[in-house]
Every structure is written in C-alpha cells, then in structure tokens.
Design a protein around this ligand. Structure first.
Ligand SMILES: [Zn+2]
Ligand SMILES: [Zn+2]
Length: 154
C-alpha cells in the first residue's frame, strides 16, 4: 500500500490519496464531506483480497484434512470489516460510545502515529505485527498522545 507494485490500486488509494488528505494534524479528522470516499477502499477490495487468499486456505484444507475454508473466509471477512469500520471511525469521529474507550483511543493513537510516519504503525485493528516486526513507534515516548475525540464537522 505504500509502494507501487505490480498492481498499483492499493498504493494510489492509500499512499497517494488517503495519506495526502489525512495527515497527522487537524486533517486527521475529516474536514470535507467529499473526502469520505478516500477513507475506505473501493467496495470490491474486500472480495478481491479474500478471494486471492482462498486458494491458500483450500491448500491448507487439502494438506491437513481439516475443514478450514469456512472459518478462514469468515475470519478474513470479519477482520476486513473491523479494519474498514474502525479506520472509518478514526477519521470520521461521531462521539460513538466506544470512541471513548481506552482500547479505541489506543489504536486511534497508534494509527495517528502511522499518519505521522508512514512506515511505522501499519496495523489498524490489532497491532501485533507492529510489535513482532518492530515497526511500532509510540507518538511520544512514555506518554500516549491521543487525538481529540471531537465529532467531525461534515
Ligand atoms: Zn488512516
Ligand atoms: Zn499508510
């Protein structure tokens, strides 16, 4: 998503559009209604990504004899939904009840760090890979800086 590859849609949609509109300042929260379509990926991105991973799950099922395809597809779909929805709520805050929770404020702060430094804090839902791959960077050492929980004005 941060470098053009064989197929450049994710790079264009994320690095060239999302990151250019939503920065680590007041523009982290949506400023213009017409930017809403730059918060999420195109609708077809989810079935495409899940479909591309389906052969891997079929191979795992064939190798192990364990029926993993249904649970695997459901897990990927649920994770993708969480990604898109939580990411939407980060950039389009609406005083939802969970926006005040410690967990949401923490992952929101984590994602704000990604908008400050594009090659850190890649995970949105569950920052496990950022810990394992050592790409996690706190906004300010030993003190979390949490974005204001204001309702977007659009
Ligand atoms: Zn973002
Ligand atoms: Zn990014």
């Amino acid at each position: 998503m941060h470098r053009p590859l064989v197929w450049d849609y994710p790079y264009r949609a994320h690095a060239l559009q999302h990151h250019q509109i939503f920065k680590a300042d007041e523009t982290y929260r949506i400023q213009r209604k017409e930017d809403e379509h730059n918060v999420t990926f195109a609708w077809w991105n989810a079935p495409l990504l899940i479909g591309l991973n389906a052969p891997v799950m079929l191979l795992a099922q064939w190798l192990t004899g364990v029926n993993v395809i249904f649970a695997g597809l459901a897990a990927m779909g649920f994770y993708y939904f969480l990604y898109e929805y939580l990411h939407w709520c980060m950039h389009v805050p609406r005083s939802r009840w969970f926006e005040k929770t410690w967990a949401f404020r923490w992952i929101n702060s984590h994602h704000l760090g990604h908008h400050r430094r594009m090659y850190t804090n890649f995970n949105v839902v569950l920052p496990l890979a950022d810990f394992v791959l050592r790409t996690r960077r706190p906004l300010v050492a030993k003190k979390a800086v949490v974005p204001q929980l204001e309702t977007a004005r659009v």
